[in-house]
Design a protein around this ligand. Structure first.
Ligand SMILES: NC(=O)c1ccc[n+]([C@@H]2O[C@H](COP(=O)([O-])OP(=O)(O)OC[C@H]3O[C@@H](n4cnc5c(N)ncnc54)[C@H](O)[C@@H]3O)[C@@H](O)[C@H]2O)c1
Length: 340
């Protein structure tokens, strides 16, 4: 079966979505939409489909099996509600929303219509992260009791994404959200968390350095992110992971070097990231994860399985993410679940 779909928001990151969809022979791009007419036209010219500048017109005119929403967060709710109104299952970029009420409204709109809804939360779909998850499920390190998930770079994220300069909430919703998702994927849900954050770059409005300490049942996990780290190696956009368990440890370091210590045995490996032709270093692991994320969505549409990162499940992730700001603002520990 070939699924007909549209993509809304043909900006910076959507180029990866478009390339990944173009690789698949079980989907057909029938329309693209962007309020910037030249961007919509360029995407249609390169990837196919009719170009729209108004999502309402697109939904009214096209018959779709799903829609891919890659606009920035302020329009996510409107787009998901529009999709639900038309009975079209949406996959929507992260962060789902900047407010819990918006996220809840999106989930409820899809549940009312009875359509699947997935958040494009792609970091857990990176090849090294799938590998780590499988190792944990195999019990390679026993019960994890400590974790660290870290993303630190001095890469200029603002030239490709100028909207980040004015975002009042920045690195926590932009990148720590992915790291929280990884921490929860590896170690389960936290009960509480404490945040410290700073703005180092005075040119921007929000925070660009953040450290969050999460407390799980029997474990702690540090999530730390920075866009101002001038270290001796440029590892953008790689995420580093440390996990310590009762039977061993897992370390994912620079350039996808994975070390697994399991019951005294040491395994060192450099992971190979698949090349898709359109992918390139240094973005390749992220780009490959876009492909895998999108394939997961199609698998869920085929089987009726709930996506790993469904809208409903993402409410918990958003609670943690927005809870990080609540802790920052109050100076207190945030009890997870207070918002969701
Ligand atoms: N998962 C990842 O690894 C990753 C990486 C980068 C960005 N993102 C996410 O992708 C999303 C987009 O970010 P970006 O940096 O590509 O932004 P962008 O500004 O480059 O692209 C967004 C596009 O949406 C269009 N748009 C805005 N409002 C619209 C509307 N009402 N109708 C139609 N089009 C509209 C804009 O004109 C723009 O072209 C964000 O949610 C961001 O957090 C995810």
């Amino acid at each position: 079966m070939t699924r007909r779909f549209a993509l809304i928001g043909t900006g910076f990151f959507a180029q990866n979505h478009l390339h990944a969809w173009a690789e698949m022979d079980d989907v057909e791009l029938v329309a693209v939409c962007d309020i910037d007419a030249s961007r919509a036209a360029a995407a249609a010219a390169q990837f196919g489909g009719r170009a729209y500048t108004d999502a309402r017109e697109l939904f009214a005119a096209e018959s779709l099996d799903f829609v891919d929403i890659a606009t920035t967060p302020p329009t996510h709710r409107m787009m998901v509600e529009l999709a639900a109104e038309h009975g079209v299952p949406p996959i929507c970029q992260k962060p789902l929303a900047w407010e819990m009420a918006d996220a809840r409204a999106m989930v409820e709109a899809c549940e009312r219509t009875g359509i699947p809804f997935m958040v494009h939360e792609n970091f857990r779909f990176q090849l090294p992260m799938r590998r780590i998850k499988a190792l944990l499920e195999d019990g390679a390190i026993g019960r994890p009791f400590f974790g660290r998930v870290s993303f630190r770079t001095a890469h200029d994220v603002y030239s490709a994404q100028p909207w980040l300069v004015d975002s009042e909430r920045m690195i926590i919703v932009d990148v720590a959200v992915h790291l929280f998702d990884l921490a929860m994927c590896f170690m389960g849900e936290p009960q509480s968390l404490v945040t410290e954050a700073l703005r180092v770059n005075s040119r921007i409005v929000g925070e660009d350095v953040a450290t969050v300490l999460m407390r799980m049942d029997d474990a702690t996990c540090i999530v730390d992110a920075s866009y101002e780290t001038r270290s001796d190696h440029n590892t953008y956009p790689q995420t580093f992971v440390t996990l310590e368990g009762t039977e061993g440890a897992i370390t994912l370091g620079p350039d996808y070097r994975l070390q697994v210590i399991s019951r005294g045995r040491v395994l060192n490996e450099t992971l190979e990231i698949p090349d898709h032709g359109w992918t390139s270093v240094p973005w390749n692991a992220i780009q490959d994860s876009v492909y895998t994320t999108q394939r997961h969505w199609l698998h869920c549409l085929d089987t009726g399985e709930e996506p790993e990162t469904s809208g409903r499940r993402t409410l918990r992730l958003l609670d943690v993410t927005l809870g990080a700001y609540a802790s920052l603002e109050s100076g207190d520990r945030y009890v997870v679940g207070s918002m969701s």
